[in-house]
Design a protein around this ligand. Sequence first.
Ligand code: GUN
Length: 282
Amino acid sequence: MTAHIIDGKAFAANLRSRIATQVSALKERGITPGLAVVLVGEDPASQVYVRSKGKMTVEVGMNSWQHKLPADTPEADLLALIDTLNNDPAVNGILVQLPLPGHMDESAVINSIAPEKDVDGFTLLNVGLLATGQKAMVPCTPLGCLMMLRDHLGSLSGKRAVVIGRSNIVGKPMAQLLLRDSATVTIAHSRTTDLEAICREADILVAAVGRAHFVKADWIKPGATVIDVGINRTDDGLVGDVDYAEAVKVAGAITPVPGGVGPMTIACLLANTLTATARANG
Ligand code: GUN
């Protein structure tokens, strides 16, 4: 038996097409959703992401602004730009691409974004709203993973979920979302003892460790649903955190890399921008 391949690319295309329909309807009311992306410095991977985000934003009919600042920009200048964007009614979503250069206080910068425009869901208010089960802006990568899980499994209630990775961007919010859907959730990480045995209990296994082919096939419970968040550049090209070629023989369903979680992340950014626009316009 080989696993069902969860086609994130097709899922994301479908989601973007539904977003485009809703953007058209808003435009008929004279409202055009707008997303501002801020990139500080010249990190090549970040440049690729930002370009891709801008292209998709325009494709669904939204306004897109890209603010590119040099790596040595003083933090005060970045905070001033964010303040301008916070106060611009045409801007519904603000994303500051991470990582920021070392001289900047990432937390101070992120928390200067108006929470209602925080389409990344990284501000303390949105983190707290998600953790307490309230109406939050939810981080895009875990939101995309949740959508694919719900689509494939239906209810997640009572399922054993293991998230490998405890980052603020993926691991922690992913765990919160799974918990909100009544899964039984374990967060595992680099210091977890007997990681393999813990993974083998998972009906849902989310790998977000950032290490190529880290999760082996014999860590996977037969029939489990495996979500691979990893994007690792290797000599063999982009690969995930899961040893896909072997895992596909054991899992019930699995996301490929590329073509799994990645496209869903950007689609969810657009979904969050639409949500922010809808909330701003009653
Ligand atoms: N860098 C890597 N992933 C992300 C993300 O989801 N949001 C932002 N702002 N920066 C990132």
